[in-house]
Every structure is written in C-alpha cells, then in structure tokens.
Write a protein that binds this ligand. Structure first.
Ligand code: G6P
Length: 611
C-alpha cells in the first residue's frame, strides 16, 4: 500500500520518479505527489492518479537531481490534495514520503500541538515529519540522527524517505514493516517500494531490513539501525526483465497476466519437475523437509486470493498426504490465541510477500516455535525472508490488482510440495506419483486451450454485464474456485458476487434465486458431478440463469444450463488450475464492458501493508 520512489544522483529526478510511480501505482492510486529541490523544496501533489500529477507539474521548473515521490492508498484521512504526500514540516525545511501507519501518532501529535505545532492534513505522516523536525531543533542534531531518534519513539509500520532543503546531497530512508529497496547505481541511488522502478537503471539492490535507516550523503551509502549500530549493506543482484513489467501489447496488465498463465505455470515447474525422469525437486525445502514429513498438522495462513489457494491446497494435502490441514485468514489467526506448538508446520502464501496480516501471523507462529514455509512470488520480499524455508512461485511480476497468474502459480507450487510429501510419506505409490507428474506437465497446454474460449466468454459477458448480483457455486476442489471467481468479479466490476459450496446453496442463497440471478456453476467431471447436476436443476427450477464450466464433451449439463463453457479434462485435484481461467476472463470482460478500471479497481491495493 502506497508506493515510494526517490532518487539522488546526477540525472534529472522528476522523470525517474514519475515513471517509477506509474510502476508502483498498483500499490495505491488515491493521490500522488513529488518533492524536488531547486531553490527550496518544491512539492506538487494531487488527488487522483499519477497522470493527474503529471498534468499538474506540466510546464513547471522541475530541475533537480534529488527528489521523492509517492502514490497513496489512504489510511489516515480521505484522499484529497492536502492529505497527499509528500508532507512538509512546519518550517518548510523537511519533506517526507511514507508508506505504513504510525499507530501512536495521536499522542505524538498532542505533544507537538502543546509545543505550538499546527497541522494542515489529517495524516499520521505530517505528524512524523514534524516530530523529526522538533527533535532536530531541540537536539540541534543532524537529520539522520533526528530520524533515528524519532523512529525509536514510533509504534507502527513505516517505509519513509526524508529530504531537506538544507542539503541537496542528503537522503534519509528507513523501514519497519513496509518494504523499501535501495538501488545502487554509479554515483546515483534509488529508493522504491519494490524493484520495478529501478530495474532499468541498476540490478544491484539492497533490501532494507526492519529498523534500518539508510543514509545517502555526498554520494556515500551507509546503513545504521535506529539504535545507531552500523550495519553492512548486503548487495543483491536481481534478475528482472523490463518486458515483464510492461503491458506487452495487451490493453491491461490483468489480461496480459491471465494470458501469461501457460508460461507462468511452466516457469513455476521449470527445473523442479521432470515427469520422464520421475523427478520432483524443490530446492527451497531441504533442511526442514523431514519435519514436514513428520507433521501431524499443517496450518496455512494467507489473505485474499492467496487464501483461496490455501483452501485448494487443504483439499489436496489432506487427500494425498493424509495430514490434517487448517486454512486460516491471517488476520483472524493472529488475534485469536491460536494453538501452535513447538515444531508445528505453518505455511504462509502471499503473492507480494508483504501482506501485513500474513507477516504478523508468521511472526506469531514463529514466536511459538513453529517452522514456517513461505510461498511467495516477490523475490526478497518480507515474508520470503521471515520464513524458515519455502518456494517461490516464479510467476513474474503481477501488476494487475486482481490476482490471476499468482493464484495458479501458488496452486502449482503447493501441489508440487504436496505430491513430493505424499511420495516421501508413502501415502501415494510410485505409479500414482509418476502419473500426477505427467498430468502436471500437461497443464500449461490445457490452460492455453482454455484461453481460446475467450470469444465465447465475451458473448456471455455481454449477456450478464448489467446484472446486479452473481452466485458462484462449486463442490470439492472447485468450491474454492467458486470463491475465487466471485472475488474476481466483485473486485473489478463492483457487482456483488458470492461464492458458496454448491450444496450449501440450500441453506440460504437459494432464496435469492430468480430469473435475474446468474449462477455460475463449476461443474467439471469429478466425484461431486452427479450432485452438482442436482444443484443446477434446483437453480433452474427457480428460473435462475445458469452458466456452467464443464469438462469437454459433457452432455448432461448442457441439457439444463443456459450457457456451458467446456474446459479440458484433468485430474480433479488439478482442475482448479483450469477451471479458474474462464472465471478470470468473465470477470475481466464484464468489468471492461461496465467501464471499470480493471488494473486499478477503486479502494483496493495490490499489496496490503496495513492491518
Ligand atoms: C490484496 C490484493 C489481492 C491479494 C491479497 C493478498 O487484497 O488485492 O489480490 O490476493 O491482497 O495478497 P498477497 O500479496 O499476500 O497474496
């Protein structure tokens, strides 16, 4: 949530910052702002998108080789020009950009008010910048020291970059809980919430750790922690192609990412799975592999779409490995005194690797002695680093706010882990193991074929684009897919949608069904097939409109459903990888037809770094 970009070096800062903010716009897009240094601190900020900020600064003198920029997802204070970042201190000397929440801002604010400070905005960030200034003035100390002292008194989460009009060769940045990457160029430095704004300038980065304060002063880069202990920067080389973060001819990132799934699933299996050789290797799970095999319970923590991936995983881990699985909303888990004992196994699934609740759930489980496995997409992210071991999903950057390719990659990784575990435990035999490997290898090509249904899905979208409600129903492995289909639709089209286990429909949602209610059934051929046909009949008997995802060649459902979408067959445990594709496309097309901004749906952010 909130995107941060900053630059100091020999180039013009403004174009680098604006371009970087556009790359980070998935993190928030309520307002955007920039702070530059020429003569004094020049701050431009505007409610709306980065494009609105660009209009605002058009024609202005932007000459500056140092600057900070921000794109906001509002926490304290509504989205407007005043609450937009950067915020500036009372004297006008210091500006700050901030991602996170200062939880004790009210008491700090009161102290500052007692000292005569006044505030323009409703934000915690304006409090922080004035707090830093008050310390600097009272202690007569340097800006880096004032930042450190202030952060010692702060409770909450932050990634900040601070600049001062008193020194054009100084930038101070710090993090706790919110991500911040430093890009190391030749005589130039970058800060950003993730690596995407940096990669065209440098591939050498340092991921700041919690409580670290980075200072760039006169071309020198150093890190100390908030207690003033010197730290050695660990420089990593990142591999990310520029094309991966651009739209590549697609109208939206979401559509590009939907279409990337044959490749992203293949990338996820690359080097790990070889069916011909009967080989399945997950390099990130070694030291703790035996603990996993001995597990008598597995707890999965996640949020949003990743939680749905966790739910599918529950079904196949229990089926193949015969280990009980609990899937937890991380936000609930962490606040309800969960029973976790020394050596328990916890998985955290997260695309961004930065979701605040998932991260906090991990820390809680860790403090109780659990062994944590992380399933993340963003390499080097906080969750990836906070876990004992894990596996990356290798789906490539996911920029559309509604998660698509990350979901199928999460399922792929979790399935590989489950399969390997089942094999090592002996809960599946050699031939079943091998045949599942072959089936997995065929998935990318089957997803490719499913994508060919796009035109048919557009036609269905046209019919239902004006519906006010949708119901999604599935059984077994396809129940979490129903939840995911409903989530996709409501996220990007703002149509109210609910996902339900098909049989549960009779305990409530059936009351909603009339001729205006589209009901999407995921009714592929599996052990629940006969039952779901009865559920379809129950909907038809009440004049509901049925759109059914069925297995190729299905003749039963097409007799009763209004629309059928035929997808390639696979093992039922792998079907979510295929059956979710038409639902992603349906949500996308309906949203487009309703004129919605699918890549930046209102009120949402891709990376939720606040609780
Ligand atoms: C936000 C995003 C979702 C995502 C969820 C969990 O709500 O909009 O797409 O599924 O966070 O994020 P994570 O990065 O932990 O998977």
């Amino acid at each position: 949530m909130c995107g941060i970009v900053a630059y100091i070096g020999h180039r013009q800062a403004a174009p680098i910052i604006i371009k970087g903010l556009k790359r980070l716009e998935y993190r928030g897009y309520d307002s955007a702002g920039i702070s530059l240094l020429n003569g004094g601190l020049n701050i431009y900020k505007k409610m709306g998108k980065v494009a609105d900020l660009e209009n605002l600064i058009d024609g202005k003198n932007l000459d500056s080789t140092i600057g900070t920029g921000h794109t906001r997802w509002a926490t304290h204070g509504e989205p407007n020009d005043i609450n937009a970042h950067p915020h500036v201190s009372r004297s006008g000397n210091i500006s700050i950009i901030h991602n996170g929440i200062i939880e004790n801002y009210a008491s700090i604010k009161q102290d500052l008010i007692n000292k005569g400070y006044t505030f323009n905005s409703e934000t915690d960030t304006e409090v922080l910048v004035n707090f830093i200034e008050s310390i600097k003035e009272e202690r007569q100390c340097s800006l880096p020291k004032a930042v450190r002292l202030a952060l010692n008194a702060v409770v909450g989460a932050y990634a900040i970059v601070v600049m001062t009009k008193e020194d054009p060769n100084l930038l101070v940045a710090a993090r706790k809980g919110s991500p911040l990457v430093v890009g190391i160029g030749k005589d130039e430095f970058f800060f950003a919430s993730d690596a995407t704004p940096l990669i065209e300038y440098t591939n050498e980065v340092v991921y700041l750790k919690d409580y670290e304060v980075a200072v760039i002063e006169n071309g020198e880069f150093s890190i100390r922690d908030v207690k003033n202990v010197e730290k050695t920067p660990y420089i990593e080389t990142i591999e990310m192609e520029l094309e991966a973060i651009e739209k590549g001819g697609f109208e939206h990132f979401m559509l590009k990412e939907i279409y990337e799934q044959p490749k992203s699933i293949k990338d996820c299996m690359r080097g790990r799975l070889n069916a011909d050789e009967g080989r399945l290797v997950l390099g990130g799970i070694r030291e703790y592999a035996n603990r996993l095999i001995e597990a008598d319970k597995i707890v999965i923590n996640a949020c949003g779409t990743s939680w749905h991936a966790g739910l599918v995983s529950e079904y196949f881990i229990e089926e193949f490995c015969r280990i009980p699985v609990e899937v937890e909303y991380a936000s609930e888990f962490r606040y309800r005194n969960p029973i976790i004992n020394e050596g328990d196994i916890v998985f955290a699934i997260s695309q961004s690797g930065e979701t605040a609740d998932t991260l906090a759930a991990i820390e809680l489980a860790k403090s109780k002695g659990a062994i944590i496995f992380g399933i993340c997409n963003v390499v080097g992210s906080s969750i990836a680093r906070a876990t004992h071991e894990g596996a990356y999903t290798h789906a490539g950057p996911e920029i559309g706010v509604a998660s698509t390719k990350a979901f199928t990659a999460q399922l792929t990784v979790m399935f590989m882990i489950a399969l390997k575990l089942a094999y090592r435990k002996g809960t599946i035999g050699e031939s079943a193991f091998r045949s599942m490997l072959f089936e997995m290898e065929r998935i990318p090509q089957k997803v490719e074929r499913t994508l060919e249904l796009n035109e048919q899905i557009i036609e269905i979208a046209k019919k239902f684009k004006d519906s006010g409600n949708f119901l999604y129903l599935g059984r077994g492995y396809n129940f979490p897919v129903a939840l995911e289909g409903a989530l996709k639709l409501k996220e990007i089209s703002y149509i109210h949608a609910e996902g339900y286990p098909a049989a549960e429909m009779k305990h409530g949602p059936i009351a909603l069904i009339d001729e205006d209610m589209p009901v999407v059934f995921i009714a592929t051929k599996d052990r629940g097939y006969e039952k779901i046909i009865s559920n379809i009949q129950e909907v038809k008997a009440r004049k509901g409109q049925v759109i059914a995802i069925v297995t190729e060649g299905d003749e039963e459902v097409s007799k009763i459903a209004d629309y059928t979408i035929e997808v390639p067959d696979t093992h039922e445990a792998l079907m979510p990888l295929i059956s979710v594709i038409p639902l992603q496309l349906l949500a996308y097309h309906i949203a487009i037809m309703r004129g919605c901004n699918v890549d930046q749906p209102r009120n949402l952010a891709k990376s939720v770094t606040v609780e």
